[in-house]
Structures are given as structure tokens and as C-alpha cells.
Design a protein around this ligand. Structure first.
Ligand code: ZN
Length: 246
């Protein structure tokens, strides 16, 4: 389940968290995740024990990096990357999104965590499967990995042009009836659904995947949306996961 914590102003992926793993998908009420003070204020306000904050550059790639504790900087910016994983304590993995799909991963038994920013390009390039592959390489077991797919633009609002449609169709023809829909004569795609199917394909159990069901563009009260907010005030939501400790 993904539940709302009104005090923290984040959505909590209940399958992922435990006594030592802390994770959440930020809402608009938390503030703009692009601004560092939002992240610091949030972590300190919640008494999260941490040593480093990891900020991937988010270039719409399928690249995944492993983070280790031998870093000295408090703030670690990771270039050319849309997915980050770690098994060390005190490393806060973050992404920011406003319509793209934030995804949080954990093998709680092995203590291996990950997060990714999945836009249309990352989804097309199967970024989620690269994250799973990386985690398994570090010792995670596919059957015990739990995943939460966070707030993203829904199939209701995400229309795509013909070029993009045919790129997806070519890659995922067998999923066509599940991921596409036509609304008012336009083709739409659900990236959350596609990423869910890609996780199943990678061997993740359906009962270990939670999907947040509402759309960031439809729900203006809780979420920033790139497509809705381009002309007005725009921000991005912070999502994070950390194994507490330092
Ligand atoms: Zn919508």
C-alpha cells in the first residue's frame, strides 16, 4: 500500500519501509524538491540519521550507479544517471519528478535499496530492469525485492505524438493493449503501467509491487505537474529512500 502521512507531507510505500529503511514520495506540500533547503529541512525535521544525500543528474538515461560510503562530501551529485542503488547505511538516495515516474526498490532481507527517475525515455530503455539487475548483482534476491511506483502522470493525461507512439509500439508490441489508450482522437500511454509490466518481466512478484493510482496532472492539490504547470508556478516532488544510520 502507499499511504499519506500528513505530518511528513509524503506518501509512504508501506511494503518498502521497516525499522531501518525509511522511504517516501514527496508531495507539493513538502515544497520544491529541486531546492536543497527543502531536502535538508525535511530530513532534519524528521530526525533522519544520514551521512550523505545523493542527487542523480537525471538525464533521461537507463544508467544506474552503485553508491558506497567511502564518499567524503555530504552532498553527492551523480552525473549521467537516472537510477542509484546502495547497501550502505546513511546514504539518502533521491530523485525529483513532476509527471515522470519515481520508483523505489528494496530487498529488506539483504539491506539493498534503490531509486529511479523514469521518464518516457528511461521507460523505453527499460531503466527499471537495469536497477533490478544491479541490485541482484549486489546480492539481492528477485523474489524478495519490493517495489513502489510513485505518483506520475496517468494514461488519462499523457498524450504522445506518432513518433513516440511508434517507438513504444516497436519495443513493447505485446503490451500494446495494456499500456495505450485513445482519448479524444489522441494516443495516450501509461508509463506507470509499462514500468509495472517491465518489473514483472524482470522477475519481480506482482504481490511485491505497489502502484500509486492517481495522476499528477489531475491532482493539482497534491502534486506538481510539468504538463499542467508549464505556464504557472512549477516545482518537482522529492522522493527518497535511506537505510538509517551513519
Ligand atoms: Zn490525469
Amino acid at each position: 500500500m502507499i499511504t499519506y502521512d500528513s505530518k511528513k507531507r509524503i506518501l509512504i510505500p508501506t511494503k518498502v519501509i521497516n525499522d531501518s529503511i525509511n522511504a517516501g514520495f514527496g508531495t507539493k506540500r513538502l515544497g520544491d524538491g529541486r531546492k536543497l533547503p527543502t531536502i535538508f529541512r525535511f530530513l532534519e525535521g524528521n530526525k533522519t540519521e544520514y551521512g550523505h544525500i545523493v542527487i542523480p543528474q537525471q538525464i533521461h538515461s537507463a544508467n544506474v550507479e552503485v553508491l558506497e560510503k567511502k564518499q567524503t562530501n555530504k552532498l553527492i551529485k551523480v552525473e549521467d544517471t537516472d537510477g542509484v542503488v546502495t547497501k550502505d547505511k546513511g546514504i539518502v538516495l533521491t530523485v525529483i519528478t513532476a509527471d515522470c515516474v519515481p520508483i523505489i526498490y528494496a530487498d529488506k532481507e539483504k539491506g539493498i535499496i534503490g531509486i529511479s527517475h523514469n521518464g518516457w525515455r528511461g521507460s523505453l530503455k527499460r531503466l527499471v530492469q537495469n536497477v533490478i539487475h544491479k541490485m541482484v548483482g549486489m546480492g539481492a534476491k528477485k523474489e524478495s525485492i519490493v517495489v513502489a511506483i510513485g505518483p506520475a502522470i496517468g494514461g488519462c493525461c499523457y498524450d504522445i505524438d506518432d513518433d513516440r507512439y511508434y517507438s513504444f509500439l516497436e519495443e513493447f508490441e505485446s503490451y500494446a493493449d495494456k499500456i495505450f489508450q485513445i482519448r479524444k482522437g489522441k494516443r495516450h500511454i501509461s508509463l506507470a503501467k509499462l514500468n509495472y509490466l517491465l518489473l514483472l518481466e524482470a522477475g519481480i512478484k506482482p504481490e511485491n509491487i505497489d502502484v500509486f493510482p492517481f495522476c499528477t496532472k489531475c491532482d493539482a492539490k497534491r502534486f506538481f505537474s510539468y504538463r499542467r504547470n508549464t505556464k504557472e508556478k512549477y516545482g518537482e516532488m522529492l522522493s527518497y529512500i535511506v537505510i538509517s544510520g551513519s
